[in-house]
Ligand binder design. Structure first.
Ligand SMILES: [Zn+2]
Length: 295
């Protein structure tokens, strides 16, 4: 069923787990992600990022996302990932997205607050939930987020979200999710991750009572025990894509090798890719529910 993020976040908070927020820039990924959530019986957030526009336009993928969300056996939020300007975000409103990330993290704090608050005021009467970002996350792949090229990763702490700014932001905007920077990196992170778990705890405490839940992006390549620690510290939404999207390559390569130069149908390759995507999605969603409490 198609919903916004509000109730699923409340349930995740109550039972100590995180909702997977997975990008679905084509039909196969969409079917794989929804299928994985249905098999595990967990709520899911499906994303279309502004960065996917060169692959597929919002107006093309949105009706498919909506159809699969409405028919799913689990709650599904149809979400915009990194909506970087108002025109794109309004296209998402018109296309029926139930949740939108209004990412103004490239702006100074006061401007980020003002632009985000104006957007919240605009879409809240429509029942649309909003995510914002504070402490612009670094990238280790060019074009993870349009306009934000490969970042200097020598010192991740310079990107970290400040506790007092997070509190100010949450109180001023009332966003449902605040994406914070605590050591994860957009794209596939190949170094050993070192998340600032204490910072999550401090920010969670600081935003208590605001109705804002905390999210992280860029968990591809993050050690599983670090992800679990982040959830235990209060992370309730986790964006995940690159590891799943690149993880299909060995299976496709094996299939190509097995055909030894004979004609190979693209439609068969797509099915193999879909199965691999589903495996990747399930693995991530299971990890995000590792510490789920049953009460
Ligand atoms: Zn992101």
């Amino acid at each position: 069923m198609l919903v916004n993020m509000k109730e699923m976040l409340a349930d995740a908070e109550k039972h100590n787990y995180a909702i997977g927020s997975l990008n679905t820039p084509n039909l196969e990924t969409l079917r794989a992600v929804i299928g994985a959530a249905e098999e595990l019986g967990c709520p899911i957030i499906i994303n279309h990022a502004q960065g996917h526009e060169p692959v597929v336009a919002l107006e093309v993928i949105a009706p498919l996302m909506k159809l699969y969300a409405e028919n799913a056996k689990v709650p599904v939020a149809m979400h915009i990932d990194h909506g970087l300007d108002i025109d794109f975000c309004m296209r998402a409103v018109r296309a029926g997205f139930t949740s939108i990330m209004c990412d103004r993290s490239a702006y100074p704090l006061e401007e980020n607050i003002a632009l985000t608050k104006a957007f919240v005021d605009l879409v809240r009467p429509l029942g649309i939930t909003v995510e914002a970002e504070l402490g612009a996350m670094p990238n280790n792949m060019p074009s993870c987020v349009p306009g934000q090229e490969q970042s200097d990763l020598s010192d991740l702490t310079k990107y970290f979200t400040r506790v007092e700014e997070a509190e100010k932001f949450a109180r001023a905007t009332g966003v449902e999710v605040l994406a914070i920077s605590i050591g994860t990196v957009h794209g596939m992170y190949t170094e050993k991750s070192n998340l600032d778990i204490q910072r999550i705890k401090d920010i969670k405490k600081a935003v208590e009572g605001t109705g804002t839940y905390l999210g992280i992006h860029g968990c591809s390549g993050t050690e599983p025990d670090q992800v679990v620690a982040a959830i235990n510290a209060g992370i309730r939404k986790i964006n995940y894509f690159t590891a799943m999207d690149t993880g299909i390559t060995p299976a496709i390569q094996q299939m190509i090798d097995g055909y030894e130069g004979r004609p190979l149908n693209y439609s068969l390759m797509v099915n193999v890719a879909m199965e691999e995507l589903k495996k990747g999605a399930k693995q991530a969603l299971e990890l995000f529910m590792t510490c789920k409490k049953s009460w």
